[in-house]
Design a protein around this ligand. Structure first.
Ligand SMILES: NC(=O)c1ccc[n+]([C@@H]2O[C@H](COP(=O)([O-])OP(=O)(O)OC[C@H]3O[C@@H](n4cnc5c(N)ncnc54)[C@H](OP(=O)(O)O)[C@@H]3O)[C@@H](O)[C@H]2O)c1
Length: 329
């Protein structure tokens, strides 16, 4: 059985999620890439345990994370059972449902059947009685929002989830979903949008909606999958996501253009005494609506580097202007 670092709560800062009672670490760990069945289990284990030792209490999963789909939850369940079982009450574990997971009409989107069957599958894979946060992973244009939110509310009322959240909803969709949940007696805890210095869509109304309702935000891909770090400043390393088989990050013209911006941003980060990854995370955390950021990683050293983002969370007006000019230019 794993013995966690006795000093794990000494440095990590925790922030309240919107107007809820729950606090999350400023940096959370996502298991989208590098935790599935095709990855060396020992490395995934080292990252989860190493993150926990840093005070990272929040682990973000989804039914389909792998590859193969489901294997990240299975591997995480194995680490929990073998090493972290006794720390379960110190952990916030989230999962999601909505993207394609199994064959037939119930394997994706947002019907009650889909969400509740998927939640049961996730609990089995992770060998858990409940998850801390259950998300609807993406809006469903065809299912009435009342049905999808009703399924989330049921997940809480049945004790299989402590809190619920939504992901990839735009401002208008989020406003409606949060209001429906409220009418059902459930507070929407959190929204998980894609947000980073290069992708500013949440600034077009979403953050205002979340603030109005007291809902926290937890941006995903805060490093633009590694582009907002020093990973690609000197070429494309063989062991990187862009060099691998991931369909989500491709080396194309847009990639090269972004790297030019990253080089300039890295110079600014250096002046602030930060790595580019640390500055990218600090930049998201400057908003009090951001409860935490969910990073991905392929090595424990990257998580350790990211955790230090909290050492400098303040920006001068001129730094913010410079970031906008480079990132939006
Ligand atoms: N709700 C949704 O629809 C949705 C969608 C996507 C992701 N997510 C969640 O968000 C999490 C994070 O997404 P993401 O993996 O795209 O996040 P990210 O933090 O933007 O990118 C992670 C990648 O950046 C590189 N990296 C991380 N820290 C670094 C450091 N300190 N220095 C240099 N490089 C560093 C690593 O690349 P290498 O692998 O190349 O080393 C790592 O795999 C996912 O695991 C998932 O939980 C949710």
């Amino acid at each position: 059985m794993y013995q966690a670092d006795a000093k794990r709560y000494h440095t990590m800062q925790y922030r309240r999620v919107g107007k809820s009672g729950l606090k999350l670490p400023l940096v959370s760990l996502g298991l989208w890439h590098n935790f599935g069945g095709v990855t060396l289990f020992e490395n995934s284990r080292e990252m989860v345990l190493g993150a926990f030792d840093l005070g990272i209490t929040h682990f973000d999963l989804a039914n389909n994370y792998g590859p193969p789909p489901g294997s990240a939850e299975e591997n995480f369940g194995r680490i929990l059972k073998n090493e972290l079982k006794r720390y379960r009450d110190e952990m916030i574990i989230s999962t999601k449902s909505g993207f394609y997971m199994w064959e037939g009409p119930y394997g994706e989107w947002g019907s009650r059947k889909q969400l509740l069957a998927s939640l049961d599958q996730s609990l089995k894979r992770m060998k858990l009685d409940y998850v801390d946060i259950f998300y609807h992973h993406r809006p469903d244009p065809d299912t009435p929002l009342e049905e999808t939110m009703g399924a989330l509310a049921h997940a809480v009322k049945s004790g299989k989830a402590l809190y619920v959240g939504i992901s990839n909803y735009n401002a208008e969709q989020a406003d409606k979903a949060i209001t429906i949940l409220k009418d059902l007696g459930i507070h929407c805890l959190i929204h998980q949008p894609r947000y980073n210095m290069l992708d500013r869509r949440p600034e077009q109304g979403l953050y205002d909606v979340l603030e109005k309702h007291g809902v926290g935000a937890i941006p995903y891909s805060p490093l633009a999958q590694g582009l907002l770090s020093d990973r690609y400043l000197n070429g494309i390393p063989e062991d990187s996501r862009a060099a691998g088989s991931s369909v989500f990050l491709k080396h194309d013209a847009a990639f090269d253009e972004t790297i030019e911006k990253s080089r300039k941003l890295a110079e600014l980060a250096e002046k602030r005494g930060q790595t580019l990854a640390q500055m990218a995370l600090a930049w998201l955390l400057k908003s009090p609506v951001t409860a935490s950021v969910i990073i991905g990683a392929s090595k424990l050293g990257q998580i350790q580097d990211c955790a230090k983002a909290q050492d400098n969370l303040t920006f001068t007006e001129s730094e913010l202007n410079e970031i906008d000019a480079i990132a939006q230019g």
